[in-house]
Design a protein around this ligand. Structure first.
Ligand SMILES: *Cc1c(COP(=O)(O)O)cnc(C)c1O
Length: 225
């Protein structure tokens, strides 16, 4: 299967309200252009340096999402153009993003990353940390960020019930936050969950945005990078 065929296959099976983020990390521009020619416009990267370079080199109507763990000292490189930051996992980072967004005279869209997996290695907020941040006076002054929803990653396991439960948990977190903090905010609407191995389960559990890499571009070869 070619990249174009993979894109067509996957998008044809997604409900129309679910956006596809094509995760192009480690992949060359030629692969991204093949997906682009097939109509794909949203791409996700997890390294600031790769994202900046690809933004410079590729068509300007691409919507670039950052899906990795963002370090505060690197926000400035992508702040001028990034469309959505998926992995915001601390209040400190939110404040730093706001500062860089203000310098660029824009608002940066962010998703709050929650820790829903069993593995302790995955980044993310827990619920209390987020409510504490959202309740603070400091948060209300962050005029240059837009909180657009939540993001999470399920445990890497064959146990589909466990995966479904973890995604259901993220959906619940989304609903609680929506009710408590964002009931009148139409921007707060995204649930970014689901990757190549589990995006179908994620959609059943209410995902609005899936981040799919290897099912589009093939396996990644990190050694070759
Ligand atoms: C790499 C990555 C993906 C895509 O993973 P695949 O299994 O290749 O689909 C999705 N989300 C995040 C945060 C990633 O780092």
């Amino acid at each position: 299967m070619t990249i174009a065929e993979n894109i067509k296959n996957i998008t044809s099976k997604l409900p129309e309200y679910v956006k596809l983020v094509a995760v192009s990390k480690t992949k060359p521009n030629s692969d991204i252009l093949e997906a682009y020619e097939a109509g794909q416009r949203i791409f996700g990267e997890n390294k600031v340096q790769d994202l900046s370079r690809k933004f410079e080199e590729l068509p300007k109507d691409i919507e670039w999402h950052f899906i990795g763990h963002l370090q505060t000292n690197k926000i400035k490189y992508i702040a001028p153009f990034v469309s959505l930051l998926h992995g915001v996992d601390s209040f400190k980072l939110l404040k730093a993003i706001n500062k860089e967004a203000r310098k660029n005279n824009r608002k940066i869209n962010c998703l709050l990353q929650f820790h829903i997996a069993e593995e302790s290695t995955k980044f993310g907020f827990d619920y209390e940390e987020v409510t504490e941040a959202l309740d603070s006076e400091e948060f209300k002054e962050l005029d240059n960020i837009e909180i657009c929803g939540v993001m999470g990653m399920a445990t890497y396991t064959d146990d589909t019930d466990q995966i479904a439960n973890e995604f259901a948990n993220l959906k619940n977190i989304f609903l609680k936050l929506k009710e408590q903090y964002f009931s009148t905010n139409t921007a707060f609407k995204e649930i970014s969950m689901g990757m190549s191995g589990d995006y179908k389960i994620a959609i059943e559990q209410g995902s609005t945005m899936v981040r799919v890499g290897s099912s589009i571009f093939g396996a990644r070869n990190y050694a070759q990078k």
